[in-house]
Write a protein that binds this ligand. Structure first.
Ligand SMILES: [Zn+2]
Length: 272
């Protein structure tokens, strides 16, 4: 599932491509992806412009020139493609926008994901339910440590809890724990103050590096896109069970804790 770096990669790449352009045509091939009848969705969006693309957690929020918003969550398997035509049967995309310049934005793989047309007020209400952004200037190291001081349970479930902190999922939570040198199933109350600070620094370092490398998703945004997915080969533990640890040479292990997969190095990640 795309996380903070993947959605940030989409936001940065999409903004110059779609902002300011009028949507001339809207195809809806799966009505369940949207939140109103296809005819209403098409009528409301045809002739509209996307003014601005915002990311919040794992969502993208398209600001329209009529004041409304399009809320996109890709969930598991969702992806975007942009260009004059798709490289596969276009009827397989759930929603397609055609812009005035002939380019199209394809929304694919949205079986669990969605694209909802909502008011600005509803968008604010939805985002109020989500925890702070990892790079919110108010989320200082002290504030993050204070959040951990109040939290019970294991570390990974906290990091992937969107109500606790936004944008982190199964992939980057394991990478963050590796970077911080602590196992993902560590009990939060047993963590030292130093480890809590390391988790904060690791979170910012890993997410920054991943976004700068284009995230880990393998679907390209455009035919010429050589940026997206650059982090896949640089990840240190996720999906690397049985491989040697890049830090200590130990063997990466995968364990399932409370039905959640956790990848870690037993040799150089501690429990507190
Ligand atoms: Zn190691």
């Amino acid at each position: 599932m795309p996380e903070w770096p993947e959605m940030e990669t989409y936001r940065q790449q999409l903004s110059p491509l779609v902002c300011g352009l009028t949507i001339r045509h809207v195809d809806v091939n799966r009505e369940k992806t949207i939140n109103e009848p296809a005819e209403a969705f098409q009528a409301a969006l045809t002739g509209r412009k996307i003014m601005f693309v915002e990311r919040r957690g794992k969502h993208l929020l398209f600001h329209l020139d009529d004041g409304n918003r399009l809320l996109l969550h890709l969930m598991l398997g969702g992806y975007l493609y942009y260009g004059p035509h798709a490289e596969k049967d276009e009827s397989r995309f759930q929603v397609i926008f055609t812009f005035e310049d002939g380019n199209k934005l394809f929304f694919g793989g949205l079986r669990l994901g969605y694209l909802h047309r909502i008011t600005a007020k509803t968008a604010l209400e939805r985002f109020r339910e989500i925890g702070p952004e990892p790079f919110d200037p108010r989320l200082t190291e002290e504030a993050f440590v204070a959040m951990l001081d109040k939290k019970r349970g294991k570390l990974k479930p906290a990091l992937v809890d969107q109500k606790w902190i936004a944008g982190i999922g199964n992939f980057y939570s394991d990478e963050i724990c590796f970077e911080a040198g602590v196992v993902p199933f560590a009990d939060i109350p047993s963590l030292s103050d130093g480890t809590k600070r390391n988790v904060y620094r690791a979170m910012r370092k890993v997410l920054t590096e991943a976004a700068e490398a284009g995230g880990y998703m393998d679907q390209k945004l455009t035919a010429a896109d050589t940026f997206t997915g650059g982090f896949a080969e640089r990840c240190r533990v996720y999906g690397r069970e049985g491989e040697p640890c890049s830090r200590c040479g130990g063997t990466i292990r995968m364990e399932t804790v409370s039905s959640r997969k956790m990848f870690y190095c037993p040799s150089c990640q501690g429990t507190n």
